[in-house]
Design a protein around this ligand. Structure first.
Ligand code: AHR
Length: 512
């Protein structure tokens, strides 16, 4: 079919928030141990960090990393991961039923982040702990020398403030699986007090209240209204979490259209945040921190957990150390869906001011690190990397006309989805597009309209991610089985950009 994208009259929607290219490192499975940290690995550096993984993190273009959880944080004592390694306690992690050695902690993650060039976004424990420990952690992490906890950090070898600005006050506190889970009123009271106290310590902090763990939680919407109305004064962001997978979707076409669910999710949370602003007669908008998103192929939360663990060969022994957990292998279709989710986040960049793709290494991750072996890129690495490396300046959302696809859950939706950015300073931009149609290729014609502020542009490079086998994957043995290929894209005499998108494909076209 023929699809038309038009930027005629399109206004810049927002400046690209750099934190939208964030990721997530949790003490879960082999994300930390055997992922970012593996002393003894041939590629480990002087701190025990895998340099091959660090190289891939840089190529991915990650800007900000949420740490240390996730469900893990709700039973975590932050001080366990500080100071001399030989003195750190070994503990049980109730969230993932594993043994936590605490050989990595905030001191080490700070050092890792400096090497990776990434900002840190910290989550505090609101499950087994609360306000007092959050304040202690804030003093340890950011405080100026001269008080007890800041001096402890100095003694541990970090004289400077870690300068962490963004703090998540708990994780998924609405989820019955969460250690110390709460109802909306309980959490609203706890987050209101904690945020107030943290801002007394540092008014410039950017604080994130837990929103819903998914749009399918029974309290979705009402949770956000209750929490944000109560905590409005000191909260800057509300979190959103969403995972999608083919087996959990009504059809393959529905899976490919999963970004429709994310659209509804974002619009609903924005409405709740705006209600909270009105109820408080406030003037600031609460932004969205979409701090867990991605494709997660395993159905862990529907009561099938034991069967699921067995089928995936995951640990059934009681408290293993860094077991193989949630090590999804991603397909081309998964990569196309992740590309469409990235387009959706960027299209809402006026309100989605931060996002963290979950997770970074080994655990539902774009980067795999073989124990004592090489690190390699999953299919989903590429859409993220193309966006993070090239999206700069202002965001523009086109009008889409053309073929539709039929889904069970979302009705008839556009086969094509796209977003573009333009950076006036470097006079360059990028168009990101996805063909979500399971069956048909489409010819795409783009009216660049006001995208480049009327300047004449040319195609600098064009990449396509596609495979005739939409379930093709990469592996340690075949790490380059799936990767972007050159795409033919041209701007004609009529000024229109045209290219072909096969069924189930992702494209990134650089303009300048
Ligand atoms: O990312 C994996 C888990 O998914 C996180 O620990 C939790 O927050 C979410 O349920």
């Amino acid at each position: 079919g023929q699809a038309a994208l038009s930027f005629a009259g399109a206004q810049a929607k927002a400046q690209v928030p750099r934190r939208i290219f964030g990721s997530f490192v949790e003490h879960l499975g082999r994300c930390v141990y055997g992922g970012i940290y593996e002393p003894g690995h041939p590629k480990a550096d002087e701190d025990g960090f895998r340099s091959d993984v660090l190289d891939l993190v840089k190529q991915l273009g990650v800007t900000c990393v949420r740490y240390p959880g996730g469900n893990f944080v709700s039973g975590y004592k932050w001080e366990d991961g500080t100071g001399p390694r030989e003195l750190r306690p070994v503990r049980r992690d109730l969230a993932w039923h594993a043994t936590e050695t605490n050989q990595m902690g905030i001191d080490d993650f700070y050092r890792w982040s400096r090497k990776a060039g990434t900002e840190i976004m910290l989550a505090v424990n609101m499950g087994t702990r609360g306000m007092a420990e959050a304040l202690d952690e804030l003093e340890y992490v950011n405080g100026a020398p001269g008080t007890a906890l800041a001096d402890r950090r100095v003694k541990n070898g970090i004289p400077e403030s870690m300068g962490v600005s963004m703090w998540c006050i708990g994780n998924e506190m609405d989820g019955p699986w969460q250690v110390g889970h709460m109802n909306a009123e309980e959490y609203a009271a706890a987050v209101e007090r904690t945020a107030h106290a943290m801002k007394l310590a540092e008014p410039g902090l950017e604080l994130v209240a837990c929103g819903s763990s998914s749009a399918h939680m029974p309290t979705f919407g009402s949770w956000e209204r209750t929490v944000l109305t109560k905590a409005y004064a000191n909260i800057d962001f509300v979190s959103c979490h969403a995972y999608y997978y083919e087996r959990g979707s009504a059809s393959l076409q529905d899976f490919l259209a999963a970004s429709e669910d994310m659209e509804t999710f974002i619009n609903t949370v924005v409405a709740a945040a705006d209600d909270a602003r009105a109820a408080n007669q406030g003037s600031k908008d609460i932004a969205l921190s979409f701090d867990e998103w991605g494709v997660w192929n395993q159905d862990v939360w529907n009561g099938e957990e034991d069967d699921w663990k067995r089928s995936k060969g995951l640990h059934t022994e009681p408290w293993p150390q860094a077991p193989h957990q949630l090590e999804d292998i991603y397909t081309v279709a998964d990569a196309v869906v992740e590309g469409s989710l990235m387009i959706t986040l960027l299209s809402h960049a006026d309100r989605v001011r931060s996002a963290s793709r979950a997770q970074l290494v080994n655990v539902i991750a774009p980067i795999m690190a073989e124990p004592n072996g090489p690190a390699w890129k999953q299919t989903i690495f590429y859409p993220f990397a193309e966006a993070a490396q090239h999206v700069r300046g202002s965001i523009f959302v086109p009008q889409v006309a053309g073929p539709k696809v039929a889904t069970k859950d979302y009705g008839n939706v556009d086969a094509l989805k796209a977003v573009a950015s333009w950076d006036g300073e470097s006079a360059s931009g990028v168009l990101l597009a996805v063909n979500r149609d399971v069956r048909a290729a489409h010819t795409v014609s783009v009216d660049l309209g006001s995208l480049a502020a009327g300047a004449t542009v040319r195609v600098k490079s064009a990449q396509l991610l596609h495979d005739d086998d939409i379930h093709a994957t990469n592996s340690a043995v075949q790490p380059d089985r799936v990767k972007p290929q050159a795409l033919e894209a041209a701007i004609g005499a009529d000024g229109k950009l045209t290219f072909q998108m096969p069924a189930v494909s992702w494209a990134a076209i650089e303009l300048g």
